[in-house]
Each structure stands twice: as structure tokens, then as C-alpha cells.
Design a protein around this ligand. Structure first.
Ligand SMILES: [Zn+2]
Length: 257
């Protein structure tokens, strides 16, 4: 489909309570490489080995190769204008919250409060055996396979690996926001990984608008079920969600300036 113009997308979303769905493309401008694509982590690691939960039992050193490749860029990343715009929209009452498959915590750092991290978070370390939250001591995470001091189990970030189910609490929050929303903005997601990829369709089935931002249209846009705005999150999100100003305000107050 042809890209929709910004003004058309703004009109489609005007006056509606919105929810945002963000994927790897949201974090690229913060310096976090995506999993997919030619430069993605999955071009160097095997999602079904390093990314699979069973490897934590059979060869945890390989799991930690993945965790370390994630940890460096996440520690160095800063939220960008697009993250800030979503946080602002939430404060103003327009955005119900963010459903994200990202594990980097950048939405919260930008000030978003209602964030459903449906693929978990890399900012929390837990024990894979006893489940407790661990605050790692100095150097503990530099060991080839960091272990829990309480039970000797392998430590891991609280991210969802292949072969694991999504965290209940985050998924419940996501579904609640989807049910309450009157429109959805999908940002930097190819909508290929279920079940998060099915969320825009739940909005569409209720006859509500979906706008997507990304370099390529998704299947949803190709079927003309969403309005596609080509570009990046930092470029487009701030203007898409900017408060309505301009013509109406000028008409109301312009003569008295
Ligand atoms: Zn433990």
C-alpha cells in the first residue's frame, strides 16, 4: 500500500484513547541492534540454541553469550524523542500505555508508567532454578556462568526465551489496555512474532484505527488494515502524537495577540 500522510493518520487517531505497541525498531535509534535482519543478533547466534530455554540447562555458557551481547548495548542506551513523546502522551491522558516486546526498559526510563513488557525485561536478574530476584554482587556477572549464591542455580535475565510462556502479569495488563483502547499505534514491529503480533487485529476487529510506523509496511498495511507511515520512531512519533494546536488555536486566539 502507499504510505499514509501524517495528517491523515493524526485525523484517524484524533480524540481517541490510544495504546502503543513497540518492537525492536523502537530501540534501534537508541543504539540497540535488532534480533532480526542482516545486522541482527540472530545473524550471529542461533535463536533455537542460544535463544532457547533448554540451553540454560544443557549449555548455560552459550545462553550467557546471548545475554552478554544484549547487556552491553542496553546498558549504554538512552531513550530518544519517540520514547519521550509516548511518555508525554501518557501523562496527558491520551495514551493508556505501551505494550512492548523490547526488554531494554527504555520506555520506563523515558517516563512511561503503564508498560506491559510481554517479553520480560533484561534489567532484572533472576535465578533459573529457585526463581528469586538477584542483585548481583561485584564481578558476579563476569563469571562464565553466573550462579545463584542461595541454591547454585544458573542466573539469567528475566527475559522470555524461546520455549517459555509470556509473563502472566504483563500479558494481562496488555490485554486490558487493548480492550480499553480506541486506536493503536504500532512502532518498529514487523508484527511477525505471535501472540503480540495479533494485538493490532483485535483493535481492527472492533472497527478501530491502527497506524504503523516503520521502514516497511507490515502484512496488515499491505491488506489496508492499517495506515503505514514510513520512517523511524524518533522522527514520526513526536509529530503523530503532538497535542492538537495550530489552526484551531490560531482561529480562537490569533486576533488578540
Ligand atoms: Zn537460586
Amino acid at each position: 500500500m502507499k504510505p499514509a500522510c501524517l495528517e491523515r493518520a493524526r485525523r484517524a487517531l484524533a480524540g481517541r484513547y490510544l495504546v502503543a505497541l513497540t518492537g525492536a525498531g523502537m530501540s534501534v535509534e537508541s543504539g540497540i541492534p535488532p534480533f532480526r535482519g542482516p545486522d541482527g543478533l540472530w545473524s550471529r547466534l542461533d535463536p533455537m540454541v542460544e535463544g532457547h530455554v533448554r540451553t540454560l540447562d544443557t549449555d548455560p555458557g552459550r545462553s550467557w553469550r546471548l545475554f552478554r551481547m544484549l547487556a552491553g548495548p542496553i546498558a549504554a542506551a538512552q531513550p530518544h524523542r519517540g520514547h519521550a513523546a509516548l511518555a508525554r502522551a501518557e501523562r496527558s491522558g491520551r495514551l493508556l500505555g505501551v505494550v512492548t516486546t523490547n526488554v531494554d526498559g527504555l520506555h520506563q526510563r523515558a517516563g512511561s508508567r503503564s508498560v506491559a513488557e510481554v517479553h520480560g525485561t533484561a534489567r532484572r536478574i533472576v535465578c533459573h532454578r529457585c526463581g528469586r530476584d538477584v542483585r548481583p554482587g561485584p564481578g558476579q556477572l563476569d563469571e562464565p556462568v553466573p550462579r545463584c549464591l542461595a541454591c547454585g542455580g544458573v542466573l539469567r535475565p528475566a527475559v522470555v526465551l524461546f520455549g517459555e510462556t509470556l509473563p502472566d502479569e504483563a500479558w494481562t495488563l496488555a490485554m486490558r489496555m487493548i480492550e480499553d483502547a480506541e486506536g493503536l499505534v504500532a512502532i518498529g514491529t514487523s508484527l511477525e512474532v505471535q501472540p503480540a503480533a495479533g494485538l493490532p487485529l483485535l483493535i481492527r476487529r472492533r472497527g478501530l484505527p491502527v497506524v504503523e510506523i516503520g521502514p516497511e509496511p507490515t502484512e496488515l498495511a499491505r491488506q489496508e488494515l492499517s495506515l503505514w507511515l514510513p520512517g523511524t520512531a524518533a522522527e514520526i512519533v513526536p509529530s503523530l502524537l503532538a497535542p492538537v494546536r495550530g489552526r484551531l488555536r490560531r482561529w480562537l486566539f490569533g486576533g488578540f495577540r
